[in-house]
Design a protein around this ligand. Sequence first.
Ligand code: ADP
Length: 425
Amino acid sequence: MSDLQPKLLYVLSGALVAGLIWMLVDAWRGYRVRSWLRHGDLAIAPQMSGWWGVLLDRARKLLRDRERSIDAGEQRLKDFLSAIQSSPNGVVMLDALAQIEWCNQTAATHLGIHPERDVMQRVGNLLRDPVFTAYMAVEQPIEPVVIPGHRHRIERPVHISVQRHRYGEGKQLLLTRDVTMLEQAEAMRRDFVANVSHEIRTPLTVLSGFVETIQTLSLTEEEQKHYLSLMATQAHRMQVLVEDLLTLSRLEGSPVPSVLQSLPIAGLMDACEQEARGLSASLAQGNVAHHIHFVIEPSLRDCLLLGEARELQSALSNLVSNAVRYTPAGGDVHVSVDHGIDGSLLIEVRDSGAGIAAEHLPRLTERFYRVDRSRSRESGGTGLGLAIVKHVMQRHGGTLSITSELGQGSCFKLIFPSKRWRQAA
Ligand code: ADP
């Protein structure tokens, strides 16, 4: 018994020391797990066995899942923002105090705000346009407003449409859109309708005046003939105008002419020469007619223009008619066909008329643009001739070039690319 007691004591104290060491080691492992959990960095996760190991594996898995779902969420947000970034429309997100939370680059360009520097700035402090200020003051606006864009200049207008929507808790979304082209098209449409109405009203007024005169006054046969011929002139004017309008609408609405259709250049030149001589004779009225020359470079005599015959005929005919109408009797009208650079084909219509001042040249092909309105009308012009020529050339992949000097005459060139002409087989 006395032998047993020290042995038991020895075993017990050994177990106590072992238990203490185990507790210390366990506490140390617990401390490592706790400090790792604080940072939660998967890359430096401690490796352990036993219960702590099981616990660590579980925690590691949960952390990995959470990281994955955060990454996926971030990726979704990035995709969403880059989709809004690439939108042609501008987007500005405002908080409940109308401060900018985020905007895409398009909105920044439209409104002149900075996507980073202006974050948390009140939008009303950055955009001072009175129309925009009034729009932001409306509680529930229905229609968008149009304000001048950041890059708006008198000579180069930029119009931006802004629409506001409410979302979330008092937050707002501003959607912006560049409507400059739309507004220009709308203005052009309005001008066009006004011009057409005006052009038709003038001969109509004259016509109805003559009808009234014939109805109310007892006229001699001679006088009646005179009035009827004046009425025929006005009716003809309206007819030409309607024909030109129909030509323009046909040009705008039909597909690009095929290169399988063709028109012999010699035939085109002959037809236009006859027209020019007829017009010159009718305008000269006893005066000496114009000196008219039509010349084709010999190697091009048999060539063909590829495209819609009626359109090509109308383009050259308009240029030749202008050359005769705007050149005084006795002047020169010279039409030539020649090789251009890069294998193109040139048809040049040159006259020795009054010429055109430089400031008018860029606008000549606009519909109803005339340098001298009364002169154009007197000689039967509609103001649509050069617009038709420009359209025809665009549809055939070619260009119309105009050079002129006041008092020196004018030169109109039709330039056809190589794919729009060929030698006859
Ligand atoms: P219009 O029917 O009035 O002639 P166009 O569109 O053919 O209409 O021409 C537009 C304007 O360009 C004319 O009104 C005229 O002022 C000017 N113009 C055109 N061709 C000539 C030319 N050969 N010489 C001088 N002015 C011209």
